[in-house]
Design a protein around this ligand. Sequence first.
Ligand SMILES: Cc1cc2nc3c(=O)[nH]c(=O)nc-3n(C[C@H](O)[C@H](O)[C@H](O)COP(=O)(O)OP(=O)(O)OC[C@H]3O[C@@H](n4cnc5c(N)ncnc54)[C@H](O)[C@@H]3O)c2cc1C
Ligand SMILES: NC(=O)c1ccc[n+]([C@@H]2O[C@H](COP(=O)([O-])OP(=O)(O)OC[C@H]3O[C@@H](n4cnc5c(N)ncnc54)[C@H](O)[C@@H]3O)[C@@H](O)[C@H]2O)c1
Length: 476
Amino acid sequence: MTSADTAPSPRHDYDLLVIGSGPGGQKAAIAAAKLGRRVAVVERRGMVGGVCTQTGTIPSKTLREAVLYLTGYAMRGLYGESYRVKQDITVQDLLARTHFVIGREVEVIRAQLQRNRVDLLSGAARFLDEHAVEVLGERRGEHQTVTADKIIVATGTRPARPPAVEFDDRRVVDSDGILAMEAIPASMVVVGAGVIGIEYASMFAALGTRVTVVERRPQMLDFCDTEVVESLKFHLRDLAVTFRFGEEVASVGVSERGTVTTLVSGKKIAAETVMYSAGRQGVTDELAVEKAGLEVDARGRLTVDEHYRTSLGHIYAVGDVIGFPALAATSMEQGRQAAYHAFGEPVGNTSAVAPYGIYTIPEVSYCGATETELTEQAIPYEVGIARYRELARGQIVGDDYGMLKLLVSPDNHALLGVHVFGTSATELVHIGQAIMGCGGTVDYLVDAVLNYPTLSEAYKVAALDATNKIRALRAM
Ligand SMILES: Cc1cc2nc3c(=O)[nH]c(=O)nc-3n(C[C@H](O)[C@H](O)[C@H](O)COP(=O)(O)OP(=O)(O)OC[C@H]3O[C@@H](n4cnc5c(N)ncnc54)[C@H](O)[C@@H]3O)c2cc1C
Ligand SMILES: NC(=O)c1ccc[n+]([C@@H]2O[C@H](COP(=O)([O-])OP(=O)(O)OC[C@H]3O[C@@H](n4cnc5c(N)ncnc54)[C@H](O)[C@@H]3O)[C@@H](O)[C@H]2O)c1
């Protein structure tokens, strides 16, 4: 394929048409507008901000914040196990905050698009040919055809629903349906121990729901540090979560009194609610991609090259619709990079180390390699650990379980991986990411003066731990 055509084309209504206003679509649109291009975004009514804002990242993270605050969970280390901010927490208590944040986020997104002169076209898009898209509005017969030089597909995913399971959005729900719950269930089965399943399992467990997690694989979150996952499992079990690993759901029965989940092994689990979080499916079925000459895979996803181009050089795809890693953070960056590439703007380092944040209770975050990966690749490393309970800030915030682990090369002291478990893990990880991204070594942390008392101090403690071990080894 030749390099991107950068000349504006007066032949089409827009230089760029973006389908979907999630993180990938938003950043693609604004990046192109900043380059002086005529841009439009197509989005369904009531879905501005995408899955991210309406049903995924933002509601789940706001719900988690409300759970942490109202249950007093984070303060129990200081005030005792019976500490609560509110005794009888209702769904209304939890969802009020969520609706408020979603509303504000939608306003921010609309304002950002407006002030960058990006047209927001309301409706569902479908391809007519490789440059023309029809936008179908909510009302019958309401449609318009728009043409564009370049098109970016950012249509995301929706929860995969196994055909054998009857979802009633009341007792048997997915991660969309859970946001419309009428009451906090006393018991719940979570099917699938992926990130979505474990985040919601921990939230409901903190609310006092008896949660059973059923997962087909023998383990959960196996891309994370093993020790961190063990600590998380310990904490969740302490909150009365039961894990059924290596088990598969055979059927889910529903009655007025609740649900019975039958596993292939014959076990039966009674619960008020069943939440399915067993993967997601690309939203391409209404897009008529074949009219543009494109194909999707069995899970509705589009395949792209390293510049996010589909098999057609002028149609790009970004975000969850292209699959792994399927994060809001990576989707935004893919959107920006696709737009820059489409209009010939140089893109920076595309292989920069990216963090992973899992908003369980307690939270988990990491960047770089895990111990398992380094061992498999026969790369030597030393481990430096800091435990929150030995940090003054850890005591102040009442976190006596958190830890930060650095994986360090004994040869050149390069930081190979950073793994954090506990309070503010998803924020703290960025210090390590910055050092890794700039090619720094752990020596910087050994010599650095950090604010005291902070959780960031964990970096210095862990760096000293790793270098002490490396020095001891050298002295042998
Ligand atoms: C419960 C949950 C929690 C999550 N938590 C996190 C987290 O903490 N951190 C994180 O980084 N990621 C998280 N994610 C993942 C994150 O939400 C996604 O990676 C991100 O939203 C993907 O962005 P996207 O640009 O692909 O578009 P999406 O946000 O998926 O939005 C796509 C948009 O395209 C629109 N669309 C689809 N088809 C059409 C069409 N034909 N015409 C017009 N519009 C169309 C849809 O209406 C939708 O609004 C979470 C996801 C879920 C479900
Ligand atoms: N904090 C975050 O960054 C965050 C939060 C939520 C979601 N996400 C993203 O959303 C995406 C989707 O997450 P997800 O958790 O739905 O999907 P997933 O594919 O990661 O996990 C689904 C899990 O369900 C299991 N499973 C499937 N069918 C089963 C069955 N019948 N019985 C038992 N177990 C079964 C699978 O083995 C798998 O472990 C992920 O790729 C993730 O990146 C990110």
